[in-house]
Write a protein that binds this ligand. Structure first.
Ligand code: PAF
Length: 285
């Protein structure tokens, strides 16, 4: 039976009780409007923990001034019903005042250097500072033993991994596979912003990533593969922020043919007012 918790003291008491009983606590942070991708993270956490907490908090500090904070879909009733069915024990729903007791402007902020300056970090200045800041707070509030994040937010996962290692947080991180619609579109709460025409175009993101992987695997130069991917997306109707090939650790590859190793192709592009991201990790033998 799902317990909905809105006060920090109640959350701490519940988690302390579980820990007294020797139970391992799993955690899935979300911004709500939950879909099958989130529920698969809950099941993943469940496999590694005795109790699972999911947070729903639309975090103002990770949205830019012209982004979708105000219109981000908030569906608490549906979220609670879905979590109940997915095996979640506690739904943590802090208010903005609980998360940022001195206000967002006065908040202690965490900045992960390096990897936050590229790709999404370059296109959404301050975004990953907001993510690292809220995730550190959520970790302090929930005190999980294990936490699950989706691979769809590839760069976010890299940021959280760095955060946890650098601050020596005693938390095991789990990475959940990207869940896709039958036509390949990665599941995202933002998909519902798409009108019918945009929704029909959106799976081209995944197809472009596959084409990029195949081109690089077949020996096409990296710069050429990136340019071709961006051109393909533009001709489908996207406004492209980036189409990039990186090593799996997000370091640059250079302009030549990719040598054997682990890679990831990443795209971020807009259809109308909706910004979508996706990625595809692969090996070159
Ligand atoms: O991936 C998300 O939904 C958010 O960035 C997160 C990790 C919940 C932090 O607000």
């Amino acid at each position: 039976m799902l317990e909905i918790i809105e006060e920090l003291a109640a959350l701490r008491a519940r988690v302390a009780e579980w820990k007294r009983l020797g139970l391992r606590v799993g955690f899935v942070p979300t911004m709500g409007n939950l879909h099958a991708g989130h529920f698969s993270l809950v099941r993943l956490a469940r496999r590694h923990a005795d109790r699972v907490v999911v947070s729903v908090f639309v975090n103002p500090t990770q949205f830019g001034p012209n982004e979708d904070y105000a219109r981000y879909p908030r569906t608490p009733v549906e979220d609670a019903a879905g979590l109940d069915g997915a095996g979640c024990d506690a739904l943590w729903m802090p208010s903005v005042e609980t998360m940022y007791p001195f206000g967002a402007e006065q908040a202690v902020r965490i900045r992960v250097p390096g990897i936050t300056d590229v790709l999404d970090g370059a296109h959404r200045p301050g975004h990953f500072d907001g993510v690292a800041t809220v995730v550190a707070r959520l970790f302090n509030q929930v005190q999980p033993d294990v936490a699950a994040f989706g691979r769809k937010d590839y760069q976010q996962l890299a940021v959280i991994r760095f955060l946890v290692r650098d601050l020596a947080m005693p938390i095991e991180l789990l990475a959940g596979e990207t869940m896709r619609e039958p036509d390949g579109l990665a599941m995202s709460s933002r998909n519902q912003y798409l009108d019918a025409g945009e929704r029909a175009i959106a799976p081209e993101l995944h197809r472009t990533l596959q084409a990029m992987r195949d081109a690089v695997d077949a020996g096409t130069g990296v710069q050429r593969a990136e340019a071709d991917a961006a051109a393909r997306l533009r001709s489908a109707g996207f406004d492209v922020d980036y189409a990039a090939l990186r090593r799996a650790d997000l370091s640059g590859v250079g302009d030549e043919r990719a040598t054997p190793g682990a890679y990831v192709a990443l795209v971020a592009a807009r259809l109308g007012r909706t910004r979508l991201i996706d990625n595809l990790a692969f090996d070159i033998d």
